[in-house]
Design a protein around this ligand. Sequence first.
Ligand SMILES: [Zn+2]
Ligand SMILES: [Zn+2]
Length: 258
Amino acid sequence: MRRQHALRSKLFAVVAAAALSVLTFGTPAQANHAWGSYHWARTSNPFTLKLGDNVTAAWDSYLSTASADWSQSTVLDTTIVAGQSTRSCKATSGRVEVCNRTYGNNGWLGLASISVTGGTHITSGTAKMNDTYFNTATYNTPAWRLLVMCQEVAHTFGLDHQDENFDNPNLGTCMDYTSDPDGPPSNLHPNAHDFDQLEAIYAHLDSFSTVDQTQSVPQVGDDRASWGRLVARDGARDTFVRDFANGDKVITVVYWVR
Ligand SMILES: [Zn+2]
Ligand SMILES: [Zn+2]
């Protein structure tokens, strides 16, 4: 009996070690490249996410490029549709709204928010570009516009940055902070690691979908006070969480002007 127990303990230890090694080494990207475990609930892959076009003509080509770039993912496609937001970029259920506006000298270049239900499932997303800065000589370049558009849109999939240091060499992805988006290498498009990470985030399927749903979703504004509490600070990136009724949350990630 004792011997059997010891054997079982040993077996358990081996299984536990194997499980731990899978956790530790099996998905290396998982640990540092997702916001949390936030993702759109859906019943099959690839799923199609609508990007509501609330942007002005100056931004249309960058939205188109970002949409095409991310649609190369094997787990998701994006399609650009007419925007449903007012100029305030109100979040709408089951989709993403993309907006630009002169939001003012508030310190942020780009802003992405997702509403989350049940702890992990995304129910809406917004991506905002602040023309107050994109109208200045520093940021009024195709490279800066494309990098920030590519990055903010991807945050609404649940994808995080690969790196938040402005001063190290570019990683060759729009999910990398930089002082020069043109590089080399350029940080204007996703790279293979981003697509690997999306596959990890969307590896499982859900029994229901939050895509194209129409339930009401909580809202936050453009001002820091509306974003809730600061929960993470990594270099120049800040993440805020605001709690709403029924455990719903809105998570906001900020790209501050340097
Ligand atoms: Zn899920
Ligand atoms: Zn970001």
